[in-house]
Unconditional design. Structure first.
Length: 142
């Protein structure tokens, strides 16, 4: 049986894929921190999280996230995710490359006693994504 917290984690991904950003942030507590570790930024409001997602969607309008694995530890839910899409809009200062990407990541959600997200740690392999899009070079092989 899947816990309420694991269902909330899955619902968050499903809402992103539907582009329902209001629903995507509905599981957050009034006070929370969402940290994008690859970019070194922490968001503290649902408005900031929706803007963060909107900017990514603007850079890849067909981006989809698939849940690969869920580790349900009660008040902590870890989801291994796979994202793919086409870079058809600007990503920050970089123009659209028109290239497809696939990358994996992990999100760690911490829940309070009421089942609301109080901390969200997001780790995605942005280097491989940037290499696939032509914005970075692969590291030299030894």
């Amino acid at each position: 049986m899947t816990s309420k917290n694991a269902r909330t984690a899955a619902a968050q991904v499903e809402a992103f894929n539907r582009r329902d950003l209001d629903e995507q942030v509905s599981g957050y507590a009034h006070t929370f921190a969402m940290t994008d570790h690859a970019r070194g930024s922490t968001l503290r409001s649902t408005g900031e999280v929706k803007k963060w997602n909107s900017e990514f969607i603007a850079g890849s309008s067909d981006a989809r996230v698939k849940i690969v694995e869920v580790i349900d530890a009660g008040d902590i839910v870890v989801s291994v995710l796979e994202m793919d899409g086409t870079n058809d809009g600007p990503l920050g200062p970089m123009p659209a490359s028109g290239r497809h990407f696939t990358t994996r990541g992990v999100q760690i959600l911490h829940f309070d006693r009421e089942g609301r997200i109080v901390a969200h740690d997001n780790f995605f392999d942005q280097l491989s994504m940037m290499i696939q899009l032509g914005f970075a070079q692969p590291p030299p092989q030894s």
